[in-house]
Every structure is written in C-alpha cells, then in structure tokens.
Design a protein around this ligand. Structure first.
Ligand code: NAG
Ligand code: NAG
Ligand code: NAG
Ligand code: NAG
Ligand code: NAG
Ligand code: NAG
Ligand code: NAG
Ligand code: NAG
Ligand code: NAG
Ligand code: NAG
Ligand code: NAG
Ligand code: NAG
Length: 535
C-alpha cells in the first residue's frame, strides 16, 4: 500500500516538475509531435519508396528532429513544419487525412510521384498554404471544391493528373491566387465565369484539356499576363473575351476549333502582348493588317489555318518581332488552300530581331527581299517562292535552316551558299533546280540534313575531280540525312577516300542514274540505317 502511494506521488511530482520548469516548451513539444505524427502517418501510407528516401531518413525515434528530415523545412521561430516538398521521389499511395494537421504549412509540393486519390478534405484546414503543387501524379475524379478555401494561396498546380468533369466554380474563391495550372487533365465543358473572381491572377494554364468556351469574365482580369488554353476544344469565337486584357503578354490558343475571321483591330487592347499563338485552328479571312498595333510583339504564330490575303507590310514596324510563323494550313499539299498570297513585303527585311520566318506551303510569288539575307539574327527561312537571290549565303551569318518547299516553282541553278557557314538544314527538294551539284556545299561543315531530291541536278563530269562532290558530302562530319534521289546525277559512286562519316543515317540516291558498282568501303558508313539506290 505504501509503495503504491509512493508511486502515484512520484508520477504527480514528475508531472508538476515538467509543467513548472518547461511550461511553454511543453506546449510546443505537443504541437511538434502533432507535426511528427502527421508525417509518420504519411510515411505509413506510402506503399512505394523506390529510392528508399523516407524509409531511410524519416526516423520514428521520439528524439528525431523532424526539421532535419528530407523534404521538410520548419519555421525559425515556432519550429513547426512550413514546407513539405517530396517532389521526384517516386512515392505512391493515397494522402492520409493527418496531413491536415500540419497547420503551419505554407508550401506543399508532391510533384512527379505516383500519388492517387481520393484527396482528404482535411487538407482544407491548412489555412496558411501559399503553394500547392500536385503536378504529375495520378489523381483522378472531379477537382474537390474545398480547394477554394485557401485564403492565402498564390500558386495552385494540378497539371498532369487525371482530373475530369467540369471545374467546380468554388475553386475560384481564391482571392490571393496568382498562378493556376490545370493543364494536361481531362477537364471539359465551359470554364466557370467565377474565374473572373481571381483578381490577382497573373497566369492561367489550361492546355491539353477539353474546354469549349472562355467566359466573358476572363476579359476583366486586370493582372493577367499569361493565358494558355492550347490543344482544347474551344469553338467559334471563343478567343474574343481574351482580346480585352490589356495586361496580357502571352495569348496561346494553338490547337483548338476556333473559326471565322480575326477582327482587324485585334490589337486594340493587347498593348503588352509579346506572343500570339493561334496556330492549328480553322480560322479564315485575312491576316489582320493592324497587327502592327501590338507594338511589343515578339512571336506571331498563325500557321495551319486558312488565312488568305497578303502579309501585312505593317509587320515591318514591329521592332521586336523575332519569329513569324505563317506556314501551311490544315489541308494536304495537293489540295492546299492558298493561305497567304502576294509577295513578301520588303518591310519584313527591316526587322532587326528577326530569327525565324516560316512561310512554307503558301502561294507567294515574286522574289525574296534581298534584305532578308542581310539580317544578322536570321536562323530559319522557310518559303515557297518562285525565285531565290543568287548569293543567299553572303550576308546571313547565322542562317541554320533554309527550306524551300516542294512547289516545283524554283528553277535555275542552286544559290551559292558557301558563306552560310552555320547552315545545318538545307531542304530544297521537289523543285526545278538545274545545273551542277555545287561542290561548294562541301564547305558547309555543319550540314546535318541535305535534301535536294527531285530536281534536275547533275554532277559535272568535266570537273577536275570527277564525282568528288559525292565523296566530300559523304565525309561531312555531322551529316545524318542525304537525299539526292530523283536527279539525273549520271555518275558512279566513288571509291571513298579519307574517314567516312559516322553520322550518316539515311542516304537516298535512288532514280538518279547511278552507274557502275557500289564500292565495298560503303560499309564504313558505320551508322547507316537506309541506303536507297533504286534504278
Ligand atoms: C536525412 O536527410 C537530411 C538531409 O538530406 C540529412 O541532413 C539527415 O542527416 C538525414 N537523416 C538521417 C537519419 O538519415
Ligand atoms: C490529426 O489528424 C487525424 C486525422 O485527421 C486525427 O485523427 C488526429 O487525431 C489528429 N491529431 C493528432 C495529434 O494527430
Ligand atoms: C520542390 O523541390 C523542387 C526541386 O526538387 C522544386 O523545383 C520545387 O519548386 C519545390 N516545390 C515547392 C512547392 O517548394
Ligand atoms: C515529371 O513527370 C512528367 C510527366 O510524367 C515527365 O514528363 C517528366 O519527365 C518528369 N520529370 C522528371 C524530372 O522526372
Ligand atoms: C471562400 O473564401 C473565404 C475567405 O477565404 C472563406 O471564408 C470561405 O469559406 C470560402 N468559401 C468556400 C466555399 O470555400
Ligand atoms: C465571386 O465574386 C462574387 C462577387 O464578389 C461573389 O458573390 C461570389 O460568391 C464569388 N464566387 C466565388 C466562387 O468566389
Ligand atoms: C469544329 O467545329 C465545327 C463547327 O464549326 C464542327 O462541325 C466540328 O465537328 C468541330 N470539330 C471538332 C474536332 O470538334
Ligand atoms: C512603319 O515603317 C515604315 C517603313 O517601313 C515607315 O515609313 C512608317 O512611318 C512606319 N510607321 C509607323 C507607324 O511607325
Ligand atoms: C547588305 O549589307 C551589305 C553590307 O553591309 C550592303 O552593302 C548591302 O547593300 C546590303 N543589302 C541590302 C539589300 O540591304
Ligand atoms: C561562292 O561564293 C564564294 C564566297 O563568296 C566564292 O569564293 C566562290 O567563288 C563562289 N562560288 C561560285 C561557284 O560562284
Ligand atoms: C557538329 O556537331 C557537334 C555536336 O552537335 C558540334 O559541336 C559541332 O560544332 C558541329 N560541327 C562540326 C563541323 O563538327
Ligand atoms: C553520263 O555521263 C557519261 C560519262 O561522263 C556521258 O558520256 C553521258 O553522255 C552522260 N549522259 C547524260 C544523259 O548526261
């Protein structure tokens, strides 16, 4: 009996001592253990930890300081978990409700794991959250509407999951939100007009879903800079509300089903826009002539549409313009509808920053403005055109790609390109080039693809080194594709000298009147995959 009283007394005294000596600390300790048990609950729910990260590092020993655990960051003052970042660890399984007890959590990052649903509603108790990143996991079903209950949330990323159905309007109850990224899910229907409540939002990313409409309210987002709704099912004039956003720098609506023509005053409010991508839509009508009013424009992508009319001269006034994509529309080449006609305005040659001019598969005529080849920044020129200037290579020190599509339009000798020393890709197949295959091509040491098939080129039999043009092409270090088929080359394949290219993958010399035997040392083209020498 005595010993039992003694014992109780002892416990009482110990508890009192704890309380008296360590008061506030004891409370912190309790909260600390709330965080610890939340993390241990998460660890217990993990079924796959292929890199053995949590298994090895998150120790359940009571004296283990969770603030040293991998992926965990604590606040300086209160010693509570503020960041939990378990990105790229290959972890799998569901998220336990206990995570909702990490009440000081500011950032929750689970990107690139294999977590799947359901998401526990207890997470909505994390009132301090500023960032949620669940991108590239396996969450599915409807996006829970309690995602709207984070008053401080600034960044919200669910991209790369399997969320489906409509977006619940309630998630737009996020008054501090700056970035929302729901790309690459299965979301569909209309985007709720409550999106207009995101008054602080700067970036909206909805690529690769099945949305059909943009609500008018999107036009009232006065801070919005980036709007991405590419590869969706936007219909008709869905783009119109976006044209009202004067803060917009990026309007990316590539790959939808929007049709009709663009208003000529498309730029009236888009005074900050740097990139407009409306490629791969069935738009028609004229290319808006007042595009020059988008004074900040860097990139204009109107490829794969049904635009017609001419290239507006006013593009030449856009000092910062660096990329122009106006090539092709969604019809086959044989049935091509002429998207852009007329000549290339000389003014395009005044664009000091121009790097890419993609005008392939169009119905342009006239000549290329020679000034284009005087542009110090130009890297890619792609055209369908009747004639090329003779000395293209002289003044285009940065030209990497020259594509003149197979229109059978271009006749005459190949231009002298020997000074375009950075050229990597030359594709002028299916035209009507005549004359000799110039041996100067061999000076283009960076050539990777040389496609001159289906022209009328021959190899000069009277040249000092007969057939050496072929020989030196086979020696180009970086050449992977060589296609000269369908030309009346009328030559033999030379016995090769020197080290043959180890990079050549595909060689096409078919239907080009090749005479004689195939030399055995062609076997030294060690990477070769296809060799076509049909007669
Ligand atoms: C857990 O990882 C952290 C950070 O990588 C490291 O500092 C700590 O020593 C590790 N703890 C254990 C028990 O492995
Ligand atoms: C934490 O959360 C879980 C589930 O939401 C709950 O059961 C538990 O009692 C909470 N508190 C502690 C201290 O773990
Ligand atoms: C998590 O860490 C990765 C790098 O490992 C970083 O890119 C990411 O921004 C972090 N996420 C959060 C929410 O802190
Ligand atoms: C993250 O996941 C995406 C989608 O599965 C994948 O494409 C990407 O390569 C991953 N990133 C890393 C760094 O593993
Ligand atoms: C909307 O946000 C407010 C303020 O953060 C919050 O009080 C309210 O509960 C939220 N409503 C919903 C439906 O999440
Ligand atoms: C959007 O804002 C309106 C007006 O302030 C408010 O009545 C409505 O509840 C808000 N909706 C959401 C989902 O935040
Ligand atoms: C695109 O819209 C047209 C009507 O404008 C419709 O007939 C067609 O089915 C739509 N295509 C797709 C892929 O949704
Ligand atoms: C546009 O550029 C042309 C020359 O290409 C020039 O004559 C004209 O004044 C410019 N217009 C504006 C509005 O800058
Ligand atoms: C191209 O530049 C050269 C040298 O700067 C100059 O002589 C020539 O007139 C320019 N050509 C055109 C068409 O502007
Ligand atoms: C091609 O241009 C280079 C450099 O200007 C010159 O040296 C060469 O003679 C020209 N070749 C032909 C065939 O005109
Ligand atoms: C060939 O390719 C390599 C690797 O891409 C590059 O470093 C080199 O500059 C290229 N040109 C030549 C002539 O080797
Ligand atoms: C092909 O080349 C041979 C030998 O150089 C020549 O005799 C013959 O006339 C050429 N044939 C044609 C069609 O050019």
């Amino acid at each position: 009996m005595l010993s039992m009283i003694h014992c109780l007394c002892y416990i009482y005294m110990m508890t009192m001592a704890n309380y008296l000596t360590a008061g506030a600390l004891a409370i912190t300790d309790t909260n600390f253990s709330i965080d610890q048990s939340a993390l241990l609950a998460l660890k217990a729910h993990i079924t796959s930890d292929p890199l053995n990260i949590l298994t090895a590092n998150w120790s359940s020993a009571s004296n283990s300081d969770i603030c040293n655990w991998v992926g965990v960051t604590c606040g300086g003052r209160h010693h509570r978990v503020t960041t939990l970042n378990l990105s790229y660890m290959g972890l799998a399984r569901v998220i336990p409700p206990h995570l909702g007890n990490l009440s000081f959590l500011v950032e929750l990052g689970l990107e690139n794991n294999s977590f799947h649903g359901p998401l526990p509603q207890e997470l909505s108790r994390l009132r301090r959250l500023k960032e949620i990143n669940f991108q590239n996991n396996n969450f599915m079903g409807t996006i829970p509407s309690w995602f709207g209950s984070f008053p401080k949330l600034q960044t919200f990323k669910l991209l790369g999951n399997g969320f489906s159905d409509f977006i619940p309007a309630a998630i737009f109850n996020l008054s501090a939100l700056e970035i929302i990224d729901l790309s690459s899910n299965q979301l569909s229907g209309s985007i709720p007009r409550e999106i207009g409540n995101l008054t602080m939002v700067k970036g909206i990313h909805l690529d690769d879903n099945k949305f059909e409409e943009l609500p008018n309210e999107i036009g009232s987002l006065g801070q919005l800079e980036e709007l991405f709704v590419q590869n969706n099912a936007l219909k008709g004039s869905a783009f119109v509300p976006a044209l009202k956003i004067s803060s917009l720098t990026t309007l990316a609506l590539f790959g939808n089903n929007m049709s009709g023509s663009l208003p000529d005053n498309i730029c009236e409010h888009l005074l900050s826009v740097r990139l407009i991508n409306l490629g791969q839509n069935p738009f028609d009508g004229l290319v808006p002539s007042k595009l020059r009013q988008c004074k900040e424009l860097r990139v204009v992508s109107f490829e794969y549409n049904n635009f017609r009319g001419s290239i507006p001269k006013g593009l030449g006034n856009l000092t910062y313009l660096s990329k122009i994509y106006l090539y092709h529309n969604n019809l086959e080449v044989t049935k091509r509808a002429e998207i852009v006609t007329g000549t290339i305005p000389d003014e395009i040659g005044d664009l000091p920053q121009l790097e890419i001019l993609g005008l392939m598969i169009n119905n342009l005529n006239g000549v290329i403005p020679p000034k284009l080849f005087n542009l110090s920044m130009i890297r890619l020129i792609g055209l369908s055109l009747k004639s090329l200037p003779a000395n293209i290579g002289l003044n285009a020190p940065n030209l990497e790609s020259l594509l003149v599509d197979g229109t059978n339009l271009v006749a005459g000798p190949l231009p002298n390109l020997s000074n375009a020393s950075k050229l990597r890709q030359l594709d002028m197949g299916s035209n009507s080039f005549t004359g000799f295959l110039p041996s100067t091509l061999c000076s283009l040491k960076n050539l990777e693809r040389l496609y001159l098939y289906s022209n009328s080129l021959t190899i000069d039999p009277s040249a000092p080194q007969v057939a050496s043009t072929l020989s030196c092409l086979f020696n180009l270090r970086n050449l992977t594709g060589l296609s000269l088929g369908g030309n009346p080359l009328n030559t033999t394949i030379p016995v090769f000298r020197g080290n043959l290219s180890t990079s050549l993958l595909d060689v096409d010399l078919s239907f080009s009147n090749i005479r004689g035997n195939i030399p055995v040392d062609i076997a030294n083209l060690s990477s070769l995959i296809t060799l076509s020498i049909l007669k």
